[in-house]
Design a protein around this ligand. Structure first.
Ligand SMILES: Nc1ncnc2c1ncn2[C@@H]1O[C@H](COP(=O)(O)OP(=O)(O)O)[C@@H](O)[C@H]1O
Ligand SMILES: [Mg+2]
Length: 382
């Protein structure tokens, strides 16, 4: 028994996802990447207190005064929230902290600049506080070592997708639809794993809903389903250079933001019904995902979807229409509930780091080598 926890709080800030998993070596397998048994035990999504959520969203999307001061304070508040969430999950599971080997914490992303002159990415949620308050060794800051090795620092989940969802019979894509959407290509015949951000997932739709429909997302895609695609706006949005940028590539909500939509609408120069804009944003996510899947070197039999986008039924329906030769299904039917895939990946990455194993795939992130990701904040028993 070797228990690990994973904490993931994505750019949607819809909740802090915490998982508890049993991760231990599998001596029956030879390949290093998949030589680990992963057994899901429990998970829960904890709400982010509204004031904290508002401050984090503001700091991740807008420029304002005293950013450094806000950053320092929010780093502590978020760390305390993460620690509290871990403690809550353990309580519900009647599991003591002494039974947990380590926590892998992704952190809350405030900035992601992989292509700047000085590439960097910033995730907050002080691991000192998590380790200290929980009394559990904590591993965090996974992305920057990959960047230091010349990578994008993202995506980091593809090797976990490979370990859990690879099939020797079917070519698969694991499609994570969070605020941003990303794909992992898993070839049945052993073609190299690739993975990258395709562009917007739910994020732009969420931003639009908040400003125009007074809700934080479009339940099941019902509002978008009432709108019409505005083809001129769609064409213009698809002309964004990100969609034709060469691999490796990754992006964030500071790029695909509400301001990005406003800029697009300004260029179109017409007064468009809010439902039509929402429908067009949904189409943008679907088409950009479809385009990338169509470019993969092999025909894809199964697209397994995780992340909150699975609940946008209209989006799932539209993806199936756009990819008629692939089965579009939730990862739930393939062993892991779509809500917990990302948090599980960070428990798995914590296992790798703690055991001195590398966690990045250079073919995915563009790093010049495999590296051990993150840093370890040890817990020493008194
Ligand atoms: N019932 C639902 N209908 C439509 N969309 C939903 C529903 N539930 C969640 N979502 C979408 O999923 C998003 C959260 O997805 P998630 O994978 O947690 O993203 P992130 O990794 O960015 O936190 C929400 O912001 C929302 O857009
Ligand atoms: Mg989330």
């Amino acid at each position: 028994m070797s228990y690990f926890m994973g904490i993931m709080s994505g750019t949607s800030l819809d909740g802090v996802d915490v998982v508890l998993a049993d991760i231990f070596p599998d001596d029956t397998k030879s390949s290093e990447q998949s030589s680990v048994n992963f057994s899901f035990i429990a998970a829960h999504s904890y709400p982010v207190p509204p004031r904290l959520k508002q401050k984090l969203l503001a700091l991740s999307q807008e420029r304002h005064q005293n950013e450094l001061d806000s950053y320092a304070r929010l780093d502590v508040q978020t760390g305390m929230l993460f620690a509290h969430c871990c403690q809550q999950l353990l309580k519900t599971q009647n599991t003591s902290t002494a039974e947990i080997t380590a926590i892998g914490s992704h952190g809350q992303t405030l900035r992601h600049y992989p292509d700047s002159d000085y590439p960097t990415t910033l995730q907050i949620g002080d691991p000192n506080i998590i380790a200290q308050q929980c009394g559990i060794t904590t591993i965090a800051d996974f992305r920057r070592r990959d960047m230091a090795a010349g990578g994008q620092g993202a995506p980091l989940v593809p090797p976990f997708h490979q370990a859990i969802f690879h099939s020797e019979k079917k070519n698969r894509v694991i499609l994570n639809i969070g605020g941003i959407a990303n794909i992992t290509f898993l070839s049945a015949k052993g073609h190299q794993v690739t993975g990258y951000d395709t562009g917007p997932g739910n994020g732009l739709m969420d931003d639009w809903c908040l400003k125009h429909f007074n809700c934080s997302y479009d339940p099941a895609g019902q509002q978008a389903a009432k709108g019409q695609i505005h083809s001129q706006l769609l064409t213009q949005m698809l002309n964004d250079p990100y969609f034709t940028q060469a691999l490796p590539k990754s992006t964030g909500r500071e790029y695909f933001s509400y301001q990005w939509i406003i800029k697009q609408l300004h260029n179109t120069g017409t007064d468009i019904d809010p439902s039509d804009v929402l429908r067009t944003l949904l189409e943008l996510s679907c088409i950009s995902i479809r385009n990338e899947i169509s470019l993969l070197p092999e025909k894809i039999e199964e697209v397994l979807v995780c992340g909150g986008g699975v609940r946008n039924l209209y989006l799932m329906h539209r993806l199936q229409e756009l990819l008629p030769d692939s089965l579009i299904a939730s990862t739930e039917n393939y062993g892991l509930h779509p809500d917990w895939v990302e948090a599980c990946a960070f428990a798995w990455l914590a296992y790798r780091t703690l055991h001195g194993l590398t966690g990045n795939l250079p073919a995915v992130t563009g790093a010049d080598r495999e590296v051990i990701l993150g840093a370890i904040w040890p817990h020493h028993s008194p």
